[in-house]
Design a protein around this ligand. Sequence first.
Ligand SMILES: Cc1cc2nc3c(=O)[nH]c(=O)nc-3n(C[C@H](O)[C@H](O)[C@H](O)COP(=O)(O)OP(=O)(O)OC[C@H]3O[C@@H](n4cnc5c(N)ncnc54)[C@H](O)[C@@H]3O)c2cc1C
Length: 295
Amino acid sequence: MISHEAVSKDVPLAPMTTYKVGGPADWYAEPKDLEELRAILAEVPVDLPVTAIGRGSNLVVSDDGVRGLVIRLGVGFAAIDATRPEVVAGGGTPLPVLARTATAAGRGGLEFYVGIPGSVGGAVRMNAGGHGSSTREVLDHALVLDVRTRSLDRRTPDELELSYRHSNLTDDDLVVQATFATTSVDPEEGEQLLREITRWRKEHQPGGTLNAGSVFKNPESDAAGAIIDRLGLKGHAIGPVSVSTLHANFMVATRDATATDIARFVADIRDRVESATGVRLEPEIRFLGDFDGAI
Ligand SMILES: Cc1cc2nc3c(=O)[nH]c(=O)nc-3n(C[C@H](O)[C@H](O)[C@H](O)COP(=O)(O)OP(=O)(O)OC[C@H]3O[C@@H](n4cnc5c(N)ncnc54)[C@H](O)[C@@H]3O)c2cc1C
């Protein structure tokens, strides 16, 4: 029991993810600001798991849902200040909005975020990147709230140990704000770059489908998508889940897919790749909740 008026019970998480699958959170809150977030956390029993979600663009939520409290940063965590070279954005800010706002204000370097449908907090946690850049390259520091002690900590990319799709953040860490070091850019040139990135994405990724971006991390000196493609698996399907015909590291689902269908499919592709090449691919996407050995 969490007695705070901003906390709800049994809230479906599927609509909050790009795969649109999975069950409810036992407890769910969308705190409007840091004060409310801290007040909610003060009511959380020490043994209750706390999980942050952002835009749900890198997630598969279990069909059984997620135990404990799930927190999605609310409206007060989506503010952007792009008036100075150090661009500050709340942890809940959608990355494409950050890219467009910074560009319009003449701040450069964040354009690559325009094609990544996550949040600032998710980007720091995952060291999201693309088009030759990543969060590590542009982040000055993040403000991280410890969900147990409720203390705020300022962490640089080195302190976060940001590397390829990795940080040292745990489920007890909530990224509430990030400050980015930007360059000066002519807004029109920046807009042009945004258009090019958006066009590239449309041509190379299965837009308008249910997916969570690249499923596997690239192994050393190869691309997971290229390996899957070489095995002739583009278009391969098991029931409602298939390998995208456009990008072999995207696994797309139909509306009737379950989280278990997706987990089994990802495990199947991983096992096929391993038996054909000896390479065991590691998922980049996060599986939240219990999958009963499906992955
Ligand atoms: C079409 C598509 C294209 C994509 N392209 C790319 C790409 O080019 N490059 C790339 O890197 N990724 C890409 N992704 C994956 C995804 O968008 C990124 O990983 C993104 O950073 C995830 O952010 P999110 O807010 O959606 O996080 P979620 O998916 O909600 O969560 C991901 C992880 O971050 C944690 N988390 C979320 N918010 C916070 C927070 N505030 N504090 C602490 N932890 C938090 C969650 O607990 C979870 O472990 C793509 C996804 C899609 C659907």
